[in-house]
Design a protein around this ligand. Structure first.
Ligand code: TRP
Length: 337
């Protein structure tokens, strides 16, 4: 008899609270696309998470669909990956509620993202912002994944997901699989071009140091020409993350776009300085993003196709999610429907 080997499962999501950046592509989606054959993959648009901060409804709708088109344009084949919109799979909100009851006030209060966002949105510190990690734990645990690739900034949330899952399993037996956070090394953290100590963010409007996946070439070139290098006067392209974070970030970007190593990059720009280096990075980024932008625009016009992708995706996701939710409800003592 033929042996069927169950593929390991992988899951991740991105909030459509801002337009995807070069950082989202290099740091996340590009790595996901490379794993489609090895893993059984689930990726979603985390629209339920987006509303923890006030959104303009028309923008949120546009960004959610555009994000799906971008996932596909970045190489996530809907035939091989389950792509869905979080709010289409009602089990997320349901398990999210249940897990709030297994998340402690103290734990949620200690999340750095909650503290940061509360400081930035002092007039809207809502319950959703606070219990965000419980919903995120539900997103993960519903699918029993082996691996959850996330950016450095989300590691704390995945760790809390572990705590919640263990607490739940401790009471009710082995309900949830405990997933591993997985922070990809290369391009894990693309920093702002104007503040290389902060992540290139999609959510903050004030971040001028970012490049969007949909930016046209001239905008990208302008951003790289203005990029901060460093304050020393060596004018030397050398990888030194500690002392030259701006240059290091540009080297990471260049390396991710061209496949060159840091050594090769240092040699390439030996004696040439930042003035020559910055536009070269810009050009590499332009060429990396060009096919993605064009493909996204093409897919966005095909509404029927997009709809078929997210409907199929939600159906597949829902099938898996429902199994877990049923099990949880039974354990909790809810009467079966
Ligand atoms: N919180 C993540 C972010 O801000 C998005 C997200 C929501 C997520 N649920 C998730 C990521 C589950 C991984 C797994 O980017």
């Amino acid at each position: 008899m033929e042996e069927v080997v169950q593929k390991k499962r992988m899951l991740s999501g991105i909030k459509p609270s801002g337009d995807l950046t070069l950082g989202s592509y290099l740091g996340a989606i590009k790595n996901w696309a490379e794993r489609a054959d090895e893993y059984d993959c689930y990726y979603f648009m985390a629209d339920l998470h987006a509303i923890t901060v006030r959104q303009n409804p028309a923008d949120l709708r546009r960004r959610t669909l555009e994000q799906l088109a971008q996932y596909i344009a970045c190489g996530l084949d809907p035939e091989k990956n389950t792509l869905f919109i979080q709010s289409h799979v009602h089990q997320h909100a349901e398990l999210g509620w249940a897990l709030q009851c297994y998340s402690m006030f103290g734990e949620l209060s200690r999340m750095t993202q909650f503290k940061d966002k509360s400081a930035k949105n002092a007039d809207n510190i809502n319950g959703g912002l606070f219990s965000y990690p419980s919903l995120m734990a539900a997103d993960i645990l519903l699918y029993q994944p082996d691996l959850v690739p996330v950016g450095e900034d989300q590691k704390q949330h995945v760790e809390l997901c572990h705590t919640i899952a263990r607490r739940f399993n401790g009471v009710y037996g082995d309900v949830f699989k405990i997933p591993e956070p997985f922070v990809p090394k290369v391009g894990a953290r693309i920093m702002s071009l104007t503040n290389p100590l902060a992540k290139m963010s999609k959510s903050e409007n004030e971040d001028t140091g970012r490049v969007l996946v949909m930016d046209p070439p001239e905008v990208i070139m302008k951003q790289f020409k203005r990029a901060i290098t460093d304050s020393d006067t060596t004018n030397c392209v050398r990888y030194d993350k500690e002392n030259k974070p701006g240059v290091a970030n540009l080297m990471t970007i260049y390396s991710a776009c061209t496949g060159k190593t840091y050594d090769q990059i240092e040699q390439e720009f030996d004696g040439l300085g930042y003035g020559a280096f910055k536009p070269k990075v810009g050009e590499a980024v332009v060429e990396t993003l060009r096919p993605i932008r064009e493909e996204t625009l093409r897919i966005m016009k095909d509404k029927a196709y997009l709809e078929s992708v997210y409907r199929d995706g939600a159906q597949k996701a829902s099938y898996v999610a429902e199994k877990t939710l049923r099990k949880v409800y039974k354990k909790l003592g809810f009467v079966a429907k």
